[in-house]
Write a protein that binds this ligand. Structure first.
Ligand code: NCD
Length: 330
C-alpha cells in the first residue's frame, strides 16, 4: 500500500494526458464509433494496457478520486454495467447505479431528457443503455456532462466495439490484414454495427454470415462500401471459416423481434462447436460480446482460440481508459 501514491503519480506521468492530441477526449460524449480515428484507438489501447498493468500491480488508484459516474440502464446488462462500475471504482471514483427504472420516475412517464438533466446534476458522466436507437444522441443533445452510449437499441455499442478491437489487437498482434467473419444476428446486433464501422478504419477482409432475415442492414453495408470495404455476405459459415482470423459470434436478439414465431424460426441457426472448429485455423480467435445462449457450445471454452472470456476482462481495462481520458484532468 505504501506504493499507492507512488503509482498514482507514475500513472499521471505515464498516461499520455499531457500531449495535446489526447486532451481531445476530455469532456467528450461517446455516442458513436464514427467519432474515432486510428490514432484515437492507439491512444485508448495504450491507456488500456497501462490500466491492465496497474490493476495487476495495485488493484486500484486515485486518478478519478471524487468523481461520480451514473450508470443508467433501461435494458438488462451484466458486463457493461458492472465493468463500468468496477472501472470507476478502481480509479478511485464511485458509481450511482440506476437499473431498475420501474422504481424511478421513468415509470411515471418522465422523458429521457429530464432524467438525463437530473442525473447530470448529481454526477460527472452518464453511462446510458436504452432500447431506442438514437437515444444516446438525444441524451447528448441536452447534456452538459459526458454521455457514454452503452447500447441504444439496435443502433450502436461503441465501448463494446473498442474492447473488441483491443482484444483483436492483443490476441493477434495486429489488425491490418486480418479476415473478420461476423456470425449470427447482424440485423439487430448493435455490437456488430459498431465493430464493422470501426474495422473500416483498417485494411480488413470482412465476411457476414447470417440467416436470410438477419442480414446486416443494407444502409450500413453501403456505407462500408463507400469507405472502401468489400464485405461478402453468406449463409453458410463453412464457406469462410477456413480463412477466418477473427470469428465474431453474436446472440439472436430475441427482445428485438415483434413476431415471436420469427425468432423461433432463426434461433439456433448457428452453433459453434468443436466439430465446426476443426475446419478453422489453429491461430485464430473466437470472440462474442456475451451473453451467449447456445451459439457457442460450452465445450469450446477450453479451446485456446476461445477468447471471449479474455475479451470480457478487457472490457474493464478499456472502460477504465475511456473514463480516465474523458474525466481525467490533463
Ligand atoms: C451485448 C449488448 O447488450 O448489445 N452485450 C454486451 O453489452 N456485452 C450483446 C447482446 O446482448 O447480445
Amino acid at each position: 500500500m505504501a506504493n499507492r501514491n507512488h503509482f498514482t503519480r507514475s500513472v499521471s506521468r505515464h498516461l499520455p494526458f499531457g500531449e495535446k492530441r489526447d486532451t481531445r477526449f476530455y469532456g467528450m460524449h461517446i455516442v458513436s464509433v464514427e467519432q474515432f480515428d486510428r490514432q484515437d484507438l492507439d491512444t485508448i489501447f495504450e491507456v488500456a494496457r497501462e490500466m491492465r498493468s496497474m490493476v495487476e500491480r495495485v488493484g486500484s488508484f486515485d486518478l478519478l478520486k471524487g468523481k461520480v459516474l451514473a450508470n443508467l440502464f433501461y435494458e438488462p446488462s451484466t458486463r457493461t454495467s458492472s465493468s463500468f462500475a468496477a472501472a470507476v471504482q478502481r480509479l478511485g471514483g464511485s458509481v450511482l447505479q440506476i437499473d431498475n427504472v420501474t422504481f424511478s420516475s421513468v415509470s411515471k412517464g418522465e422523458v429521457l431528457q429530464d432524467t438525463i438533466r437530473t442525473m447530470e446534476s448529481y454526477t460527472d458522466a452518464i453511462v446510458l443503455r436504452h432500447p431506442e436507437e438514437g437515444s444516446a444522441a438525444i441524451a447528448a443533445s441536452v447534456a452538459t456532462k459526458p454521455i457514454i452510449n452503452a447500447g441504444d437499441g439496435p443502433g450502436e455499442h461503441p465501448t463494446q466495439a473498442l474492447l473488441d478491437m483491443f482484444t483483436i489487437r492483443e490476441e493477434l498482434g495486429r489488425i491490418d490484414g486480418l479476415t473478420v467473419t461476423m456470425l449470427g444476428d447482424l440485423k439487430y446486433g448493435r455490437t456488430v454495427h459498431s465493430l464493422a464501422r470501426l474495422l473500416a478504419l483498417y485494411d480488413i477482409r470482412l465476411h457476414f454470415v447470417a440467416p436470410d432475415i438477419l442480414h446486416m442492414p443494407a444502409a450500413l453495408v453501403e456505407k462500408l462500401k463507400e469507405q472502401g470495404m468489400a464485405p461478402c455476405e453468406h449463409v453458410d459459415l463453412a464457406d469462410v471459416l477456413p480463412e477466418t482470423d477473427v470469428l465474431y459470434v453474436t446472440r439472436v436478439q430475441r427482445e428485438r423481434f415483434d413476431d415471436p414465431s420469427m425468432y423461433e424460426g432463426v434461433k439456433g441457426s448457428y452453433v459453434v462447436a468443436p466439430e465446426t472448429m476443426a475446419a478453422a485455423k489453429e491461430r485464430m480467435i473466437i470472440i462474442h460480446p456475451l451473453p451467449r445462449v447456445d451459439e457457442i457450445s460450452m465445450e469450446m471454452d477450453d479451446d485456446p482460440r476461445a477468447a471471449y472470456f479474455r475479451q470480457m476482462e478487457n472490457g474493464m481495462y478499456v472502460r477504465m481508459a475511456l473514463l480516465a481520458l474523458v474525466l481525467g484532468k490533463a
